[in-house]
Design a protein around this ligand. Structure first.
Ligand SMILES: CC(C)(COP(=O)(O)OP(=O)(O)OC[C@H]1O[C@@H](n2cnc3c(N)ncnc32)[C@H](O)[C@@H]1OP(=O)(O)O)[C@@H](O)C(=O)NCCC(=O)NCCS
Length: 282
């Protein structure tokens, strides 16, 4: 079938099932609920023939100046025929001049480079069977507790320190889907971490914290005292968490390139990003 017989339209929440079929066809583990989460927070396009969905691409806006692109998939039987380019063309037009970020699979990297995306970091996917970790060691000047909806402004503030982006709606969506913990040191918010169901099991992320010790304690707190089967975490290479995760039974299984098109956001700190929401959202 020629490309001209395909139609492109805005993606809707009701596309979640067809998106799950598409992602399974390229070996991605996303469940319908994972697509519903992505679709509920973002916008995008689906491409279809009369009988099936053959492509999807989404974007998430962070204020008026930044956005991320992700969940870009073309059905294996349609790859190499221009559907990917069609989707990226439309996504870039829809994002209205924003600076764009994405995490590229090896398959997608060449396509994005063509649109001026340049590599800025590497994202490392660690995963494995749920490790049995000792409870975190909380210092006398620290406290850690579950985060609740009322903590959203604090979480969004730390997240903005770590990413430079206003992402309160994403964190709000996450709060209703999983567990979150908040660390205070000397009475000041010093880090948070989220855990939710995703794909084959559970996903840790995002995690933002003022230093390595805080990030490791947050991850240990999310894992200890709960039971699960499989757990995954996507960490920026520069976070330096890889060795710690590997020693705890979450080995590196894949890497992807983080890319940006336009001036990357200014990351004010002092909190740093230690784990992504997902490779799609960043
Ligand atoms: C990446 C992907 C979306 C590209 O979609 P596509 O419809 O195959 O891409 P297009 O046909 O529009 O090709 C776009 C350009 O990328 C190139 N390209 C496509 N697949 C490629 C591959 N596997 N290796 C190298 N280049 C490739 C094409 O040659 C084309 O360049 P050209 O104009 O010079 O010919 C698709 O391969 C896919 O769904 N892969 C699996 C899921 C995935 O990894 N998604 C990316 C997430 S970031």
């Amino acid at each position: 079938m020629p490309l001209s017989q395909l139609t492109l339209r805005p993606a809707a929440l009701s596309d979640a099932d067809a998106c799950r079929t598409l992602s399974a066809a390229v070996g991605w583990p996303h469940r319908r609920e994972d697509w519903e989460f992505a679709l509920s927070l973002g916008r995008g396009f689906v491409v279809g023939s009369a009988t099936e969905m053959v492509g999807v691409g989404l974007w998430w806006g962070f204020g008026a100046t930044h956005a991320s692109l992700g969940s870009i998939i073309v059905a294996p039987g349609w790859q190499g025929r221009g559907v990917g380019k069609l989707l990226v063309d439309r996504l870039i037009a829809a994002t209205d001049g924003r600076t764009l970020g994405l995490v590229a699979t090896p398959q997608g990297e060449a396509l994005y480079a063509r649109y001026g995306f340049v590599a800025i970091d590497e994202v490392r996917q660690h995963q494995g069977d749920w490790p049995e970790l000792p409870a975190p060691v909380i210092g006398p000047n620290e406290s850690m507790r579950p985060a609740a909806a009322a903590d959203l402004p604090v979480l969004a503030g730390l997240d903005r320190e770590a990413t430079g982006l206003p992402r309160a709606p994403v964190l709000e969506g996450l709060l209703s889907r999983g567990h979150a913990v908040l660390l205070e040191r000397d009475g000041a918010p010093s880090g948070f971490g989220f855990l939710r169901r995703h794909g084959r099991g559970w996903l840790i992320g995002p995690v933002a914290a003022v230093d390595d010790a805080a990030a490791c304690n947050l991850i240990a707190a999310l894992l200890a005292g709960r039971r699960g089967d499989f757990v995954r975490i996507d960490v920026p290479a520069r976070s330096g968490l890889g060795a710690w995760l590997g020693e705890r039974g979450l080995p590196l299984v894949a890497s992807a390139v983080e890319m940006a098109r336009g001036a990357a956001p200014v990351v004010p700190g002092p909190a740093h990003r230690f784990a992504l929401v997902s490779q799609a959202i960043g």
